[in-house]
Design a protein around this ligand. Sequence first.
Ligand code: GTR
Length: 324
Amino acid sequence: MTFTKSFFATAAAVAFVATSASADTWRAWNIHNDGHPNTAAMDKFAELVGTATGGEVTVDVFHGGVLGSQPDALEQVRIGAIEVGNFNLGPIGPMVNEANLVSLPFIFKSVPHMFRVLDGEAGDVVAAAMGEAGVLPLAYFDAGARSFYSQKPINTPADVEGLKIRVMNNDLYTSMISAMGGNPSPMAFSEVQQALKTGVVDGAENNFPSFKNVGHFEVTTNYSLSEHLIIPECICVNTAKFNALSPEMQTAVRDAAKEAALYQRELWAVGSEQARKDVEAAGIVVNEIADKGPFQSAMDTVYADYLAANPDMKALVEMAQATE
Ligand code: GTR
């Protein structure tokens, strides 16, 4: 056999195709920066994926939201321009109706209850719908509960009246604020600190780690424990990219996500306590709300309007509410 120049050229081309088809590099979106539990968990996910897939899948994590705002990054993952990310299920609601289950205020009794719902039948429905839409959840992170912060304590829904409150991008949150007589202002996370500082908004709502980590606590005074939203976060991957992996690689990536999520939950438990202590040490007044009943009652119209407009969500909501 004569080895011609063209043989070598062909062999080289085949080798190149084989390598590029079997080794995948995924870009991962993360909104948080150093010091936040999710940043460490996403780094852990990348490390675990590399090891478990023997380098067949490499994950490059881009922290600090540098790949875009959350709604933009979600769209990118949906179409496969970014492969994976740590997303809050809140901003997924406008894209996947079933995901809105978690954005109904006070739907969950506690974080453990939220995980029980996600691990049960209702969670299967939500995950299937997300996967169908192109944003497949592999595992869920703890994001605690979201509470209000502003320059004055908020003890009752009436205290929200007239306040301009920043919310994430989802109509349920604008309804939630309007139901208390406030003025909702949907805005990207990256703009909130400046908006609070300049008085463009009077307040916002988030969990302790986010309140601390991006400096919102530096430009406000009171954090009031309304705990009106308990929203999970996911490691979500573009469905087609995930499905293109062999079954073995899919298991390896899913297991890596689950392990990273368990790690995140441990970091969260410690980190959210610490974040609370840190902001209190910095002078934030943390306000316990003795009776959350009036906040819950104020949400009756939010549920009624939402279910009237989305009657097919009724069964899912009841399934979550019936979960022990
Ligand atoms: C954080 C969450 C982010 C983002 C942010 C926000 O708690 O981890 O994904 O949703 O809140 O308020 O926009």
